[in-house]
Design a protein around this ligand. Structure first.
Ligand SMILES: NC(=O)C1=CN([C@@H]2O[C@H](COP(=O)(O)OP(=O)(O)OC[C@H]3O[C@@H](n4cnc5c(N)ncnc54)[C@H](O)[C@@H]3O)[C@@H](O)[C@H]2O)C=CC1
Ligand SMILES: O=C(O)/C=C/C=C(\O)C(=O)O
Length: 481
């Protein structure tokens, strides 16, 4: 059984307590490895390594930082087969998805920020008439913490680490304890790429112990977190009185609004994907589908037929479209919403059952499920399920659908399907979401601000927003004669 190790000061090390946590393979429910159950002592060791590495790394030239980050990107790309296999084994996602989306995006994250840092600049303000000149420095913060979730493991881990390193910070990072494997492999890649020891430290362990030790560490000055809204609120309660910088990317309950004048076939293809990609375990999935009444019945028939055709199966089978959910507790949580929906008067149009996959009988498989709801106020329409379940209901007017779309406590993303330009502009401006996709979904340009409103988070990542988050602005005002 493979034991993975913490990556501290450029070396792989066991946790000081020598305590371990079992790691499960979601595709068959078996324990296939163990990970460190790290304590505050391990986090302190990681912090000390990061602190020692900071003076040199923050003074390393942009060209050199850029070169090393670019090399990490290249090595991720060279190791795509191993990394995709590890991601799929750890998470249950189809190998095809890990190969086509997750690992290439990890490469892009490093490549993007290796280039972005060479384009980053700060402002100058001349105080005309006062003989004074202001210029703003954007200085590295110091040691920063990056905490990431299990749904897009390497994709989101690197989305935080790459800008943190590019801006000259040193990092104490914790991947999800549910999917630690690709973060573990990244350590070796960083060493090979020539990242100096201590610049990136990866500590494995549970959220309420290892994660908590990072967020409450008095000298880790900024925390970038992606995960559930309840955890985000807890982290904010810990970090706010310590006046830490916080970037919180949290949950979503995103509307997918379909008007009759859309390009129907394109909409149908993308809606299947936006509903069930990664087993519905992406915070951006369009989990609430609202369809204009004139095409509701046709959409219902076509969509349900398409969803029924999605093959649920072992992640390593290349015909699989829906793999395993990430863990047994998560499967139980997601399934509980099917009962809640029925109790609330919803109709299960397809799916709703666990799937027993031949040869992988104890895996965590669930049929993709479509639930027709009577009201947007029911729990399945209001709470983040984060699994292969979508709701659908008809609407009659722009005003009505806008009220329903905005009528949740989340505000991450929204998708709009229409060819009416005026409607597009008017609705996009009124939708309470950090990201609005029109006639597409999850089209990502890494320069754009990424994040949510309301309970979906605080702050924005991506592009220059991330570089600004990971730096401290300092204004210098010079008076001259
Ligand atoms: N990106 C997203 O929007 C995600 C949303 N979720 C939602 O959250 C629900 C709960 O899933 P979990 O696995 O429990 O996610 P989580 O939000 O608890 O875990 C995300 C990361 O935070 C860490 N963490 C947990 N407690 C912490 C603490 N007190 N201090 C510091 N770090 C901590 C975890 O170890 C993990 O690395 C899911 O059912 C889903 O609805 C989960 C993962 C990603
Ligand atoms: O940056 C992206 O493209 C996607 C981000 C997705 C999440 O943050 C998530 O699902 O948690």
């Amino acid at each position: 059984m493979q034991k993975i190790l913490n990556y501290i000061n450029g070396s792989y090390v066991a946790p000081k307590s020598n305590e371990w946590i079992d790691n499960y393979n979601p595709s068959n429910g078996e324990i296939y490895g163990q990970i460190p159950n790290s304590s505050a002592e391990d986090v302190e060791a990681a912090y000390q390594a990061a602190k020692a590495a900071f003076p040199s790394w923050s003074n390393t030239t942009l060209d050199e930082r850029s070169r090393i980050l670019s090399k990490i990107a290249d090595l991720i790309a060279e190791n795509i087969a191993d990394l995709a296999y590890a991601e799929s084994l750890d998470n249950g996602k189809p190998l095809s998805l890990a190969t086509q989306i997750d690992i290439p995006r990890a490469t892009s994250n490093f490549k993007f920020f290796s280039q972005a840092i060479t384009q980053f600049s700060s402002e100058a303000h001349e105080s005309i008439g006062h003989n004074a000149m202001n210029f703003t420095l954007r200085q590295s913060i110091g040691v920063v913490g990056c905490i990431s979730p299990w749904n897009l493991p390497l994709y989101l881990f690197t989305w935080k680490i790459a800008p943190a390193l590019a801006t000259g910070n040193t990092v104490v990072a914790k991947p999800s304890e549910v999917t630690p494997m690709t973060a573990y492999l990244l350590g070796e890649i960083c060493t090979k790429a020539g990242l100096p020891k201590g610049v990136l430290n990866i500590v494995h362990g549970l959220g309420h112990t290892t994660g908590q030790a990072i967020t409450e560490h008095p000298n880790i000055k900024a925390i970038s977190f992606t995960g559930g809204t309840a955890t985000g609120a807890h982290i904010a309660r810990t970090a706010a009185p310590m006046f830490k910088k916080l970037s919180l990317e949290l949950g979503g309950k995103n509307p997918n609004i379909i008007f009759a004048d859309c390009d129907y076939d394109e909409m149908l293809n993308v809606t299947v994907r936006s509903s069930f990609a990664n087993q519905g375990q992406i915070c951006l999935c369009g989990s609430r589908i609202f369809v204009e009444r004139s095409i509701y019945d046709k959409f219902k028939t076509d969509f349900v037929a398409r969803v029924k055709a999605l093959k649920v199966g072992n992640p390593f089978d290349e015909t699989t479209k829906i793999g395993a959910l990430v863990s047994k507790p998560h499967l139980e949580k997601v399934k509980s919403y099917i009962d809640i929906a029925k109790e609330e008067g919803g109709t299960v149009l397809c799916g709703g059952n666990e799937v027993v996959v031949e040869g992988s009988e104890n895996g965590y498989y669930l049929e993709p499920t479509v639930i027709e709801v009577q009201t947007d106020q029911c729990r399945v329409n209001q709470e983040e399920i984060f699994g292969p379940i979508v709701t659908m209901m008809p609407f009659d007017s722009e005003e009505e659908v806008l009220a329903m779309a905005n009528g949740v406590r989340y505000g991450l993303s929204a998708t709009l399907w229409t060819n009416n330009l005026n409607r597009t502009m008017n609705m996009a401006k009124k939708l309470e979401a950090g990201i609005v996709w029109v006639n597409t979904w999850l089209m990502r340009d890494l320069r754009t601000p990424f994040g949510g409103m309301k309970n979906s988070g605080v702050g924005r990542e991506g592009g220059m927003e991330a570089l600004r988050f990971f730096t401290e602005p300092k204004n210098i005002c010079i008076k001259y004669k």
